[in-house]
Design a protein around this ligand. Structure first.
Ligand code: ZN
Length: 274
């Protein structure tokens, strides 16, 4: 274990409120390709055909979207949570993680055991859909089953409205409640750790800056440099999975060995998020 990783593990032990922020790098370690990377999906498909406007505005736009979705969602559905997802879920169980703000849409934090109310999805979820007319929710699995059975575009069984994944499409507004919740929790954090994000997609990438400006210690774990490295207190150029495995091992061992660390919960004086 490097000194930097040990230092980050100790920060998780001493923090009152740690918040994680995950990006595409965490998903690629589960085998989900980064659709924005060279050779990725948007090199083979024209993003301008998959905009929010095209989805809402034409049956042809929706047909193309769901055809592409058969391919992309199958990849997401088959992926399994990796060591980074598992470590974050365990840190929460150990009362060392407040929540995870994520740019990912793959539901893998929840599937690793992090409670759904502790996962703030800035770009929505590929696993859930909603009727745009009556707001009823359907799982993506249900919707794909309808498509397979009927060969038709999916429509809401209750009202006939257009059913759309909650994923934020090109040209679609960010979900305001998720953005507000993420900003509130980022500002309340005393430790903010970025995992597998190059911090180039805004406004999501403002979150670590909010945390830092509000006084949090900022740690960045990413293979590539990010625009916020100069502001970070700790930068670790490594994969999220191997880093978080070392961190959770260290945290677990310290909690077993040291009553001081185990008693830290009371000493750290939890307060509700303002
Ligand atoms: Zn409906």
């Amino acid at each position: 274990m490097t000194d930097a990783v040990r230092r980050l593990a100790e920060l998780f032990l001493s923090a009152r409120r740690a918040v994680a922020f995950t990006g595409a790098g965490v998903s690629t370690e589960s085998g989900i390709p980064d659709f924005r990377s060279p050779g990725g999906l948007w090199d083979r498909f024209d993003p301008s055909e998959f905009t929010y406007r095209n989805f809402i505005g034409s049956t042809d736009g929706r047909r193309k979207y769901w055809e592409l979705g058969r391919v992309t969602y199958a990849v997401i559905r088959a992926a399994r949570p990796n060591a980074a997802h598992g470590a974050l879920a365990e840190l929460h169980r150990l009362d060392r993680l407040d929540c995870c703000i994520t740019q990912n849409i793959d539901d893998l934090h929840q599937r690793a055991g992090l409670p759904a109310d502790r996962v703030i999805e800035l770009h929505g979820s590929a696993a859930r859909t909603r009727c745009l007319a009556c707001a009823r929710a359907y799982t993506r699995d249900e919707v794909h089953a309808w498509i397979e059975a009927s060969g038709e575009l999916p429509s809401c069984p209750a009202c006939g409205g257009i059913v759309k994944p909650t994923t934020v499409l090109f040209g679609e507004a960010m979900p305001v409640p998720a953005m507000q919740e993420a900003e509130r929790r980022a500002r309340a954090a005393d430790l903010f750790i970025v995992l597998g994000s190059s911090l180039v997609v805004y406004p999501a990438a403002y979150m670590p800056a909010h945390a830092k400006h509000a006084g949090a210690t900022l740690a960045i774990v990413n293979l590539e440099p990010t625009p916020l490295d100069a502001q970070a207190d700790l930068v670790i150029r490594a994969k999220a999975g191997e880093t978080m495995t070392a961190i959770i091992d260290h945290v677990r061992a310290r909690l077993l060995d040291s009553p001081d660390a185990a008693e830290g919960n009371e000493a750290r004086g939890r307060q509700p998020v303002p």
